[in-house]
Design a protein around this ligand. Structure first.
Ligand SMILES: [Zn+2]
Length: 289
């Protein structure tokens, strides 16, 4: 092959990649697909690495800048719920940002960035961590002070952060019901959402979360579903990892990851791992009435 031809081929390929990449960038995510991002600790760069759940302030700022710059709507938990239950229509490019464990670093490092870009977020509080001031949790006073913050929705992450699927029924009930009651009393606000510690849940915990009056419940990664269908009480989230660059971040919010669901159900059908069907599967695009 002549050098000129190779050059033309190379240039052509680069051109095609730029065009297709550009188109994908602007048409994704598909309307109705709302990625739910999961953060834990936003910390200064030097502190990243003490857990696999750290994200540096620099990376976090860049990610929030990215969402604002490319027109993502960082909706509140209430709006997310309204869309997922079909009471409100999705406009497209929505994203939900969640934090687990009510850590102090949320107030110190994440909140200033969220305020700068006017970005909504939810934080799942662990009652005992807060009142006993354990594991760097924010205090109950902090939560009270921030509970009327227009960009924050507080929700429950149980009393003591035990994996619920492995715990006796009475304990599970206490963790799910009492955390809601205690938070509602202390913060003087309805607590409508729950997040399973370590994502650990099963049919029993799903039923209890619903019975307790939560409107949605969140798990962690897709593998926690263990072949069960996703429901409004087992919503999958995307972990933002410490080393994630902006390209991977875009892949995560773009809807490419939604394909994981299709691949999952294909393999579960293949292996005969079918669920008994007593749960109402989570619909990607509920009918708006
Ligand atoms: Zn947690």
């Amino acid at each position: 092959m002549k050098a000129g031809k190779i050059k033309r081929l190379l240039l052509g390929s680069v051109f095609a990649i730029v065009i297709f990449g550009g188109v994908a960038f602007f048409i994704l995510p598909p309307k109705g697909y709302i990625p739910v991002l999961m953060y834990h600790f936003v910390v200064p760069k030097a502190q990243v690495g003490s857990t696999s759940l750290d994200v540096s302030v620099e990376n976090f700022s860049r990610q929030m800048w990215f969402l604002k710059t490319f027109g993502f709507r960082t909706i509140s938990l209430d709006e997310y719920e309204a869309i997922k239950t079909g009471r409100t229509k999705a406009h497209g490019r929505e994203v939900l940002i969640t934090f687990d464990d009510g850590n102090e670093t949320y107030i110190q490092y994440a909140l200033p960035v969220l305020e700068r870009y006017q970005i909504n977020s939810a934080n799942f509080l662990v009652w005992n961590f807060m009142v006993q001031k354990q594991y760097g949790s924010m205090s109950l006073e902090d939560a009270k002070r921030l509970s009327s913050h227009p960009l924050i929705t507080f929700a429950s992450h149980s009393l003591s952060h035990i994996p619920l699927a492995d715990s006796p029924a009475e304990e599970v009930r206490t963790e799910i019901f009492e955390s809601k009651a205690k938070l509602e009393e202390a913060l003087g606000a309805k607590i409508n959402y729950f997040c399973y510690p370590e994502g650990s849940h099963d049919e029993r915990t799903i039923k209890m979360a619903e019975e307790a009056g939560y409107r949605l419940a969140f798990t962690t990664s897709r593998k926690q579903l263990q072949g069960r269908p996703g429901t409004l009480y087992s919503i999958v989230r995307i972990k933002v990892s410490p080393t994630q660059n902006l390209f991977v971040f875009w892949i995560n919010v773009s809807g490419f990851t939604a394909w994981g669901k299709e691949i999952d159900s294909f393999f579960h059908q293949l292996t005969g791992q079918n669920y008994n069907g007593t749960l109402t599967p989570y619909k990607l695009n509920p009918k708006t009435s």
